[in-house]
Structure formats: C-alpha cells, structure tokens
Design a protein around this ligand. Structure first.
Ligand code: NAP
Ligand code: GLV
Length: 310
C-alpha cells in the first residue's frame, strides 16, 4: 500500500488533500505529521518543505513539488541529494500566464499607461496608431510557460522572440539561445517577459547592464522569481526614462515590505505572486500519473536536473 506525505501551507492543505484522495485514494495521501509509520513513506507532495519533513521520513525517495519552480527546494540544504524531485509542468498555469501577460502587454501596446496619465489632466489626445507587428515581445525562458506564451501572443500579431539555453523551433517565433545571443535578443525587445527558473546562472539577470540593452522606452515584466531582478537597477532605469514601465509579480522578499520603493513608483505595477497558481485538479492528475509511472519503472517527464538547477 503506497503511503504519501503531504506538506503544504495550512491554507492550501485541505483542497490538496481532498483532491488527492478523490482522484487517487490508493495513494493514501495524509498530513505529514499524522502518519503513524513514517518509515513506510517513499513519496511526499510538497511546497517549500522544511528539514522536519526529511528528518521524519528517512526512506523518502521522491518529492513532487506542488508548483513549477523548484528553487526553494534546491536551495534547501536539508533536502538529501539522493532524493528525486519532480515539478509541475503546466498544472493549469500556462493559461493563467497567457492571460496575465496578455493583459499587461496590451496595456502598454495600446498606450493605456499614457491615457491614465492624460485623464487627471483632462487631456483629449489620441496616441499614434502602430501596427501590432511593430511591438517586439521577448520572452526569457522558453519552457512550459514561456513557449506556450510565445504561441499565444502571436494571435495579437506581435513580433515574438524567445531566449533559452537550447535553440527552439517554434513556428513564427525567433529563437535566441545561450549567453552569447542574449545581447542580440535584448536589443530587439520592446517588452521583456521573464519566465525563467531561478538558478545560479539566471540570478540577477534583470540588472542594469542587461536592461540597458533594451531599446529606450521598453517595458519589463517579471513573473519568474524576485531574485532575477535587481530592483535598484530597475528603479534607476525607470527614473532615467530609459524604461517606460514595469510589471512585477515576484519579489526577493514576499510579501514585498511596506517601505519598499517599488510599491509607490508611478511606473511600476505590482501583483502579489498571483500571475499563475497551481490548479488542484490538473496538478493532482499529473502527480498521480507520474507516481504510477515511477512505480512501473517508466521515466516520466518533470524530473528536475539538479546540475542544471531546474
Ligand atoms: P521550464 O519548463 O523548466 O522552463 C525553463 C526555461 O528557462 C527553459 O526554456 C530553459 O531553457 C530556460 N532557461 C533555464 N536556464 C537558462 C539559462 N541559464 N539561460 C537561458 N535559458 C534558461 O519552467 P516553467 O514551467 O516554464 O517555469 C518557469 C518559471 O516560472 C518557474 O521556475 C518559476 O520560477 C516561474 N513561475 C512563476 C509563477 C508565478 O506565479 N509567478 C508560476 C509558475 C512558475 P531550455 O528550454 O533550453 O532548457
Ligand atoms: C509558483 O511560483 C510556481 O513556481 O509554481
């Protein structure tokens, strides 16, 4: 009989438990502190697990991350190196990311920021028309979420490019890959969308040097991780009018501290790490099938490569 431990925040615990027990009752998913024979547990479904979990279950072989990003697990020294980590691929998040980025990209493309500035001045002024094909969107990270977004944005007629470690073949999307092509990618990007995982290579990638390579008047949107962005560099480039605006969903410290300069900056729009949330039904379906594939000695996708960091 499989026994699985569930480790999540208190608020999301009940819905996860209900969904696991509804779709996969045979997995016997239970609260990690309520399991009477911890030595029998091989699998854990987790979000931001602490050392206590690994101390309690000495025979864990595999953890299933209840989100896409695994930076919090990989940076946790308490996670034994022999444990396999699987992450959520999509889990309902691609559709949400598409909505999120579409909303803010259209905001800038259709000059809504300028109309918002005009309104208190009672200024009736039509901004010049520009074709969608002249709006160059660049996506940092062309994985599950980035590649899906690139496809989606083509329906607006934008000129879409992506940057990843390996070259991609996506119809209608220009692919840039690796550190050597980053400069060319940034130089052609009016709207930079970050959907990278946080790794030692991507930490601080949204810094002054890189954001200065964007054309004057570009906008920066970050839904990757807060540590991708050097906030002081962003604020300086906004104040120097090199950048037109920024949309930030993720922060080095969350919640963003009340006294942080980003909160009240007129060119910054902030959302509370809400661009895309793991949806219980597709995530549980995915984890359940992945677990069954592992038990059948198959090699399901979603296994994190620790050497790459994602
Ligand atoms: P993924 O499928 O693993 O995709 C990662 C992409 O980043 C891949 O295209 C990869 O390139 C690229 N990449 C990684 N390191 C790189 C480097 N050093 N240089 C260039 N490209 C690099 O991940 P995902 O599912 O799309 O999720 C991406 C991230 O989004 C997550 O890690 C998480 O941080 C964030 N996220 C945020 C929210 C939110 O609510 N804000 C929700 C979900 C996810 P290759 O394709 O060549 O491997
Ligand atoms: C959320 O930020 C995730 O990584 O799923």
């Amino acid at each position: 009989m499989t026994r699985c431990a569930l480790f999540t925040s208190d608020e999301s615990f009940e819905p996860w438990l209900r969904e696991f027990n509804h779709q996969f009752p045979q997995l016997n998913v239970a609260h990690w502190q309520h399991i009477t024979h911890p030595e029998e547990v091989r699998y854990a479904m987790v979000w931001k697990p602490t050392k206590a979990l690994f101390d309690r279950f000495p025979n864990l072989t595999t953890v299933f991350n209840l989100g896409a990003g695994v930076d919090a697990i990989l940076s946790n020294p308490a996670v034994p190196s022999h444990i396999n980590i699987y992450r959520i691929e999509d889990g309902g998040m691609s559709a949400q990311m598409n909505q999120y980025f579409s909303y803010f990209l259209l905001h800038f493309f259709r000059d809504m920021d300028l109309y918002q500035q005009q309104q208190p001045l009672q200024q009736w002024k039509v901004q010049p028309f520009r074709p969608a094909s002249s709006f160059r969107v660049g996506i940092l990270g062309m994985g599950q979420l980035g590649a899906n977004l690139a496809n989606h944005l083509q329906s607006y007629g934008f000129d879409v490019a992506g940057w990843s470690r390996s070259k991609k073949q996506l119809p209608g999307v220009t692919s840039y890959a690796g550190a050597r092509e980053l400069e060319a990618f940034l130089s052609r990007t009016d709207a930079l969308c970050c959907l990278l995982p946080l790794t030692p290579d991507t930490l601080g990638i949204l810094n002054r040097k890189n954001m200065s390579l964007l054309p004057k008047g570009a906008v920066v949107l970050n839904a990757g991780r807060g540590e991708h962005l050097v906030a002081d560099d962003l604020l300086a480039l906004l104040d120097e009018n090199h950048l037109r605006g920024a949309v930030l969903d993720v922060f080095k410290r969350e919640p963003l501290p009340a006294d942080h300069g980003l909160w009240l900056h007129p060119k910054v729009m902030i959302t509370p790490h809400s661009s895309a949330q793991s949806e219980y039904v597709p995530c549980v379906e995915r984890i359940g099938h992945t677990l069954q594939a592992i038990e059948n000695n198959q090699a399901p996708s979603g296994l994190v490569d620790r050497s790459r960091g994602y």
